[in-house]
Design a protein. Structure first.
Length: 250
């Protein structure tokens, strides 16, 4: 066990443990909030108390042969499905990191893998947090800029629906924690990737492979270029420089 920990590194091991715990708790909460009745119950609670549009009043639109307004994203099952899908993706990425940590993979692959996945998960969690705090403006008499369960205490509700309110608050809180964690990790991963690229001079090597004729176009030890201006002109324009444009350099 000590050899494995030494191979991974203490700092990286702490990161993996924190990520695994955060992903596991968040996915468990979002699994509990996945059933369709969860969002409908929240919608009905807010509608009956005048905090947002009332889903029970939609029947009057059908009775008058009118098209009811579109259901706000905050109350749709699509939101629950997307949240759960993001948490499952985060869990899969976390397990992949653990496997890579215990495997002998090149450091460059690990840097690229972490940077890409951290940025991807940061974007997904941004969408999740924004969607979970979105508005319900379908009822002009009961505008709701933010969901009622983010602005009101669950203690004012009936005991039979307190658990639903607490679950909604917990899902949002852990989604915000996931966003903060993966956004901070993405910054660290990108900086680590940039350091790794600079350490192995990958940019210089790539330019040398793409433009082999520019291999000599590097500053000398005293800040002057090792090729003349005429050679630079020929490298760029694929032809000899006109004699009238060639200037003697001191």
């Amino acid at each position: 066990m000590k050899n494995r920990l030494a191979h991974i590194g203490l700092f990286k091991a702490i990161f993996l443990v924190v990520e695994f715990g955060l992903v596991l708790v968040t996915m468990s909460l979002l699994c509990c909030a996945y059933p369709e009745r969860f969002r409908k119950t929240l919608w009905q609670i807010g509608g009956e108390n005048g905090w947002n549009s009332n889903p029970r009043l939609r029947i009057y639109f059908y009775a008058n042969y009118q098209q009811p307004p579109e259901i706000p994203l905050i109350w749709t099952q699509r939101l629950s499905e997307s949240n759960l899908a993001i948490s499952v993706l985060a869990a899969a990425v976390c397990l992949s990191r653990i496997v890579l940590a215990y495997s002998s993979v090149p450091g460059g692959f690990s840097c690229v893998f972490n940077a890409l996945n951290d940025m991807l998960l940061s974007g997904f969690w941004m969408y999740s947090v924004a969607a979970q705090s979105s508005s319900d403006l379908t009822d002009p008499d009961h505008f709701s800029v933010r969901p009622w369960y983010l602005e009101k205490s669950c203690n004012i509700l009936d005991a039979s629906v307190v658990e639903v309110c607490l679950l909604a608050k917990a899902c949002f809180a852990f989604s915000v924690l996931s966003l903060v964690f993966f956004f901070g990790r993405s910054i660290f991963s990108v900086l680590r990737l940039a350091y790794w690229c600079g350490q192995f001079q990958l940019l210089d090597r790539g330019l040398s492979m793409l433009y082999p004729r520019f291999q000599g176009c590097r500053p000398g030890s005293q800040g002057s270029f090792t090729i003349s201006d005429a050679q630079m002109y020929e490298n760029w324009y694929d032809g000899p420089m006109e004699e009238s444009l060639i200037l003697d350099t001191p």
